[in-house]
Design a protein around this ligand. Structure first.
Ligand code: PMV
Length: 338
């Protein structure tokens, strides 16, 4: 019989949306990349039926509750995703919790997370923590879940907590690399990419993703045909971006970024600070630039010829942004040495 450990450390990468945000909530595709700043989670099975969480990056320390109360009562914002991930895992796999009880380890779970990136960047720390928790429990209990099963369970957890979202961030955390992704994981296709010449600028502004999804939904209620046409146009653009990425045609990719940004502005999520950074990047020689994610804040991304890299970085900085150095093509979820 397989011997199970009672503790494991896993990590998952952060993500950055390249094309297709918002439209991907409504059945269209997007392109997302995994970035090499990772979130780590140590997950331990305990002898006592308690859930414990330490997640200092999201201001949760020494949070404890009985396993039987998972999901009940007031849950601190930073604890919600991990707590619901554990609940969903054992609801789905009650036999695993019995297995744990039968083994010497007991039936509680302790999770300790640490992030290499600040949760403020919008790199998807909540989704990455959810994925880490479910993957670790899969490994610790011997549940037979493949990547798609882990995606489905993690996505359900994320939807349970925040109600809205396409799941693109969950997919990036699991699969890594560059993904062509359709809403809810209907398609998750890894694109064979070695390198993308992009520069990322952080606006310093935090804006709530769900609030922006709702804001766009309100607009769609008022102008249903117009907004649906925009989603469809973004969807077509994503197909072209996929081809441009495969051909390493960065000039065209830049043009597509600019067009995508125009659609996002029409949806009302561009925001002045991001726009300033985007225009500064273009002026400094980027092939193209756009916001990344829900908009109004977080990050922008520019695809840039090599010899203009420094100029574009300077442009972003002079518009008040902060350049964030990350490597793309990060590996998906993986086990780390303890
Ligand atoms: O704000 P972010 O980086 O989590 O990106 C949100 C992207 C949306 O398309 C607006 C929402 C989603 O879940 O796809």
């Amino acid at each position: 019989m397989k011997q199970f450990n009672n503790s494991i450390t896993v990590s998952a990468p952060g993500k950055l949306m390249l094309f297709g945000e918002h439209a991907v909530v409504y059945g269209r595709p997007c392109i997302v990349i995994a970035v090499d700043q990772r979130i780590r989670a140590k997950v331990e099975l305990l002898d006592t039926p308690v859930f414990q969480l330490d997640a200092p990056d999201v201001k949760v320390t020494n949070y404890k509750k009985p396993m039987a109360d998972l999901g009940n009562g007031e849950i601190p914002k930073g604890a919600k995703f991990v707590e619901m991930a554990i609940k969903k895992f054992f609801n789905r796999h009650p036999e695993r919790s019995r297995t744990i009880r039968h083994r010497a380890h007991g039936q509680g779970v302790k999770v300790t997370t640490a992030s290499e990136f600040s949760s403020k960047f919008g790199f998807g720390s909540s989704s990455a923590a959810t994925v880490c928790t479910i993957y670790a429990l899969t490994e610790l209990t011997g549940a037979k879940l493949d990547k798609k099963d882990i995606f489905d369970l993690s996505y359900k957890t994320v939807l349970n907590v925040q109600k809205k979202g396409s799941g693109f961030d969950v997919a990036a955390a699991i699969y890594g690399g560059t993904l062509y992704f359709v809403t809810g994981g209907k398609k998750i296709i890894s694109l064979p990419v070695n390198h993308l010449p992009i520069i990322i600028g952080y606006s310093g502004i935090k804006f709530d993703t769900v609030r922006l999804i709702n804001q766009v939904a309100e607009k769609a209620k008022k102008y249903p045909k117009l907004i649906d046409n925009i989603y469809s146009s973004i969807g077509k653009l994503v197909e072209q971006a996929r081809q441009a990425i495969l051909k390493s045609d960065y000039v065209y990719l830049g043009k597509l970024m600019n067009i995508n940004e125009g659609y996002l502005a029409a949806l009302g999520v561009e925001g002045k600070k991001l726009a300033d950074m985007i225009y500064a990047a273009r002026k400094a020689g980027a092939y193209g630039a756009k916001l990344s994610g829900a908009g109004m804040g977080d990050c922008m991304v520019a695809v840039t010829p090599k010899h203009k890299t420094q100029a574009v970085k300077n442009g972003i900085t002079s518009a008040g942004g902060e350049v964030i150095d990350v490597k793309t093509q990060a590996e998906g979820i993986r086990i780390e040495p303890d």
